[in-house]
Design a protein. Sequence first.
Length: 83
Amino acid sequence: MNRQLVEGLVRTIRALSSEERQMLWAEVQHDRTRDAIREKLRGYEQQYKIPSEQFYRQFMAGELGDEINYVEWAGFYETLLQR
């Protein structure tokens, strides 16, 4: 661990305004959400043995049906695309 780097980050964060801290926190939460979505997508990709991008194209073309897992998978994929 680079102690100087960490100490520098702490000083920088302490110097932020309240608004800047809120913006920083929002970005951290955004990253956590994006990581959780990617993990969900990996689970579907492993279960169905198809990349999300390919699945989504086929799903949107009406080639796969509308079972609940497909609808959820498509929803997670769309959410990731919007972020």
